[in-house]
Structures are given as structure tokens and as C-alpha cells.
Design a protein around this ligand. Structure first.
Ligand code: XMP
Length: 527
């Protein structure tokens, strides 16, 4: 979460104060979907900081605490004097009510799950919406006495004040969660608040972002040089394209071939970034080194550690020799495709499942000793925004809509020891999976689809010959964020084609299985 709010923006902006709800990021998403820029800030951000940041409205998120509890998160009271509209959601509503002179009580019945809101006064918040709305509740406390100036604008079975407003000041409170998908018309309520109440313009577009990001990159970097670890994944590719647009030849990308990549990946990266975009891409073939270090290693965690450590070493060495070879300005910056969800930490409030600090996986592999300063131009964006920006920058759809690929590469999909031969077998099987998934139209409909090489050989028959060969497992999962996943019910015809092609075309495989486990209890990758 950023402590600092950027100076007054060119675009409309909403500040979200975070009270530790697991849905705070979802609120930010919904606002961005309305094409309004939003920023999540700690709940104790001062009124002055918010004013300086240039927000046109404020949202108080929900949270697990009770407003009267000791240590419950509060706001700087001067926020109420800024003259900005405020929308309080759940805990945010209770806090708003309490701070402005109302009363909140623990209700006897905890309301959790679906409910029906009866809109009693449409006003600006419910403009254009039906009088009865499906809403999603998750709260114990409720507002029992409205502060002066407030009226109830919606009721539920359990509450006479499920939606409240002080229309004069533009203060609104909702007991339910408009941001979650279980409140089907919730996005429209949020949009009404943004456009109708706060008078925001829907001006947050990829084009605006790119323009602003380029200016910021140039201001940060000046005449110095930037190095970027390009993996061919969506985030580093979009970061590379953006930096290239901003500073052209001052950017050098380093692509490390660890010998554990998909078939043809290296050539593909050279073609797209080198030939098509004319970027300065340095390709380092470190496959012999990586495969050497992995020889005989079968433990999944050890594999990951070896690969992670060696990556940092190779990258560091490449960046240093780059700095030595190139005359002129030094390399002072390291660019990374860190995204917003990697950056935000929720406020650590007891009982909040989202309060664990996210591990910065992009930052994890940083060459610390190099003392490079970070450039992270995507740190305000969510994944789908990154994709839009990538397309706008002219990256091909195949890159922008790529499925995730694990950092340790095929090593975690080759169970048991990794050898060049086993990498070859898996690369060939994987290429067939990608090919068939794309041509059948399934590639873009699933979160991930890939092949796994098992340390199992079984008997088969080919022609008149008895075979004793490898087994490939196929995995296709659907997921929103990789945290949970379910296996995809791929059509039998497609599975048959996959199995037929893999067994016929990949030397060394005579059996194909389909993985029908969900996460949890299984994971997406096999190691
Ligand atoms: P699991 O296997 O834990 O994977 O269910 C969840 C998601 O994370 C990806 N994954 C990784 N991504 N570095 C990455 O960048 C890694 O070391 C790594 N391990 C797993 C996995 O592909 C899935 O999308």
C-alpha cells in the first residue's frame, strides 16, 4: 500500500481508505472498471495528504473490527471537513455514523450472505436502479441511530438503515458490500457514486496511463540506463514495451535461458522484442549451468532454490558485464513488472485473512548487492489493466494473453531428476498442448493448461513392439487468481486429440493421463 499519495493527478481519482477488508482490492478494481483511477491508502492517511493527492471522493472500506472495540481503526476527523463525498461500506459506514454522532450496536443476528434491499429514496446513489436489489451482507454491527443530517435511503428485513445518506454533504453509507459479485447491481451503485456524486470523469484509459507513465519514467531515469529482466511473461513484457517507448535505447533487456523454458521461447523473444520492437535484448544461454546444478536433484524445494539462486547470479553477472562493456552513462536502474496486488499490503488487523503481507515475488529475485534503483511502472495496475496497456503498446495478443508460467519453468513439471532428454520430452508434449488448446479455442478460456512429465514408466505396445516408456499428465485448470482452482472439463474429443498426438509425436511417451484434482487440496503445479 502506498503511504504517499501522488501529487494532484491529471485524471479523476478516488481514495480508498483501507480498514482491512478482504474486499478492499475488489473495491479498487470496480472503480477502475468504471474508468476512474483509484488508490488504496492506509486508514490513517491524513486529510491533508488526501487533499494534496487530489482525490474527488473517498471510500471507506469494510473491515473485521467493531467500531467500539479497543484499537479499532479510525480516520483523521478532518477528512469530514474536506468537502469531499464519502461512501462508507460496512465497517466504513459504521465508522462514518459513529464519528458524525450516530450510534452503532452489535445486532443480535449477524447478517451474512444474500439479502434484499428495499430502496426507499433513489437519490443519486440508486439512480436508474430498481427499488428492490439483491445485496450481499457480511456484518455483525449495525447503525441504530443516524447522525444529524442523515436519512435512511434503503432498508432490509433486519435493518431500517441498510443504506443511509447525508445528501447535502455527499456522505453515504451502505451496510452491504456493493463491490462483490454477489451484489449483482453493485457496480452500478459504485458508478453512481463516482460519476453522479463525486462528479468524476471516466478518464482512466490505457492511453492516459501510458502517457503519464512515460513522463514519470523519463523524469526518474534522466539520461541514465536501465536494465530489465525479461522473461517473456505478460508483466515483464509489458514493462519492457513501456520502458522502450519512454526511453528507447537507454533500456537493455536481459533474457536468461535456463534450459527449462518452453520450446522455441528464446527465438520467440528474440523475434518479437529484438526484431519487431528493435529493443536491445541480451540473451544469455545459461542452460548448461542450470542443468548441471540440477543434476540428480529430485526434491521440489531444492530445485526451486537452486534455480532461484542461480538466476540471481546469472542476472547479476550479465548486468555487470553490460555495465563494463558499454561506454557512456551507467546502468543505475533495474526495471520490474511489479503489479498492484504485489505492492499492496492490507492493514494488519487481527482476524483479517487478507492482512498477511504479500510476498513480493518479483522483488524476491533482486540482485541486492548491485545497488540498482527500482523502476516499477506497472505498480499501480491490475493484471487486466496491464493487458490493456500491452495491447495499446502494440504487443501481440499471444504475449498479452499468455497463461502464467512458473519462474522455475519446466523443472517443476518434470517430477524427479531433470535431464536434457526429459526437458526435450516435456517441451514437445507441452508444445502440442499449447497448439491444441489454441486451435480449439480453449487456451484463452482456462487459467493454465500444460503437460507434466511423471517419473513413471509403463508398458505399452506400438506396432508389434512392446514398449516401456514415460507417462505424461495433462493439467488444465480454471481459477480467478491461482489461489484456488478447479480442473477444467475439457471435451473428450480434445483430450483424445491431445493424447493421440502426444503418444504418436513425442518419442519416449506411451501413456497420457488427465489430472482431475482441484486446488485445494492439490496445487496447480505438481511440484
Ligand atoms: P500452485 O502450484 O502453488 O501455483 O498452485 C499457483 C500459481 O503460481 C504459479 N507458480 C509460480 N509462479 N514462480 C512463479 O512466478 C514460481 O515459482 C511459481 N510456482 C507456481 C503456478 O503456475 C500457478 O499459476
Amino acid at each position: 500500500m502506498s503511504r504517499r499519495t501522488a501529487d494532484a493527478p491529471l485524471t479523476s481519482k478516488i481514495a480508498i481508505l483501507d480498514f482491512g477488508s478482504q474486499y478492499t482490492q475488489v473495491i479498487a478494481r470496480r472503480i477502475r472498471e468504471c474508468r476512474v483511477y483509484s488508490e488504496i491508502l492506509p486508514h490513517d492517511t491524513t486529510a491533508e495528504e488526501i487533499r494534496r493527492g487530489g482525490a474527488q471522493g473517498i471510500i471507506f472500506s469494510g473491515g473485521p473490527a467493531s467500531v467500539y472495540a479497543k484499537g479499532a481503526p479510525r480516520v483523521d476527523r478532518d477528512i469530514y471537513k474536506l468537502g469531499l463525498p464519502i461512501l462508507g461500506i460496512c465497517y466504513g459506514m459504521q465508522l462514518l455514523a459513529r464519528d458524525l454522532g450516530g450510534a452503532v450496536e452489535s445486532s443480535k443476528r449477524r447478517e451474512f450472505g444474500p439479502g434484499k434491499l428495499s430502496v426507499t429514496r433513489a437519490g443519486r446513489l440508486f439512480a436508474g436502479l430498481p427499488r428492490k436489489l439483491e445485496v450481499w451482507n457480511s456484518h455483525g454491527d449495525k447503525v441504530t441511530k443516524l447522525p444529524r443530517g442523515f436519512v435512511a435511503i434503503g432498508t432490509t428485513e433486519n435493518s431500517q438503515a441498510a443504506a443511509v445518506a447525508d445528501m447535502k454533504r455527499g456522505f453515504y453509507g451502505l451496510q452491504f458490500h456493493p463491490e462483490v459479485s454477489h451484489t449483482p447491481r453493485g457496480s452500478e451503485i459504485i458508478e453512481n457514486f463516482l460519476l453522479g456524486v463525486c462528479r468524476c470523469r471516466p478518464d482512466w484509459t490505457p492511453g492516459v496511463f501510458i502517457e503519464r507513465a512515460c513522463e514519470e519514467i523519463r523524469a526518474q531515469v534522466g539520461e541514465d540506463r536501465v536494465v530489465l529482466g525479461l522473461s517473456g511473461g505478460v508483466d515483464s513484457s509489458v514493462a519492457a514495451a513501456l520502458l522502450h517507448k519512454a526511453i528507447g535505447k537507454q533500456l537493455t533487456c536481459i533474457f536468461v535461458d535456463n534450459g527449462l523454458l518452453r520450446a522455441g521461447e528464446r527465438e520467440w523473444v528474440r523475434e518479437i522484442f529484438g526484431r519487431h520492437f528493435h529493443m536491445d535484448v541480451r540473451i544469455i544461454d545459461a542452460s548448461a549451468k542450470f542443468l548441471g546444478l540440477l543434476r540428480g536433484v529430485t526434491d521440489p524445494e531444492r530445485k526451486r532454490k537452486i534455480i532461484g539462486n542461480e538466476f540471481v547470479r546469472v542476472f547479476e553477472r550479465a548486468a555487470k558485464s553490460l555495465a563494463r562493456e558499454r561506454k557512456g552513462r551507467p546502468y543505475k536502474f533495474l526495471a520490474q513488472g511489479t503489479l498492484y496486488p504485489d505492492v499492496i499490503e492490507s492493514v494488519p488487523i487481527a482476524g483479517n485473512p487478507a492482512s498477511l503481507i504479500k510476498s513480493h515475488h518479483n522483488v524476491g529475485g533482486l540482485p541486492k548487492r548491485m545497488k540498482l534503483k527500482l523502476v516499477e511502472p506497472l505498480r499501480q495496475l491490475f493484471k487486466d489493466e496491464v493487458r490493456e496497456v500491452g495491447l495499446q503498446l502494440g504487443l501481440p495478443r499471444e504475449i498479452v494473453h499468455r497463461q502464467p508460467f512458473p519462474g522455475p519453468g519446466l523443472a517443476v513439471r518434470i517430477l524427479g531428476a531433470v535431464t536434457r532428454e526429459r526437458v526435450r520430452v516435456l517441451q514437445e508434449a507441452d508444445a502440442i498442448v499449447q497448439d491444441e488448446m489454441v486451435s480449439s479455442g480453449w487456451y484463452g478460456r482456462v487459467w493454465q493448461s500444460f503437460a507434466v512429465l511423471l517419473p513413471v514408466r509403463s508398458v505399452g505396445v506400438m506396432g508389434d513392439e512392446r514398449t516401456f516408456e514415460n507417462t505424461v499428465a495433462l493439467r488444465a485448470v480454471e481459477s480467478r487468481d491461482g489461489m484456488t482452482a478447479d480442473w477444467v472439463r475439457l471435451p473428450y474429443d480434445l483430450l483424445a486429440r491431445l493424447s493421440g498426438r502426444i503418444i504418436n509425436e513425442v518419442r519416449g511417451v506411451n501413456r497420457v493421463c488427465y489430472d482431475i484434482s482441484s486446488k485445494p487440496p492439490a496445487t496447480i503445479e505438481w511440484e
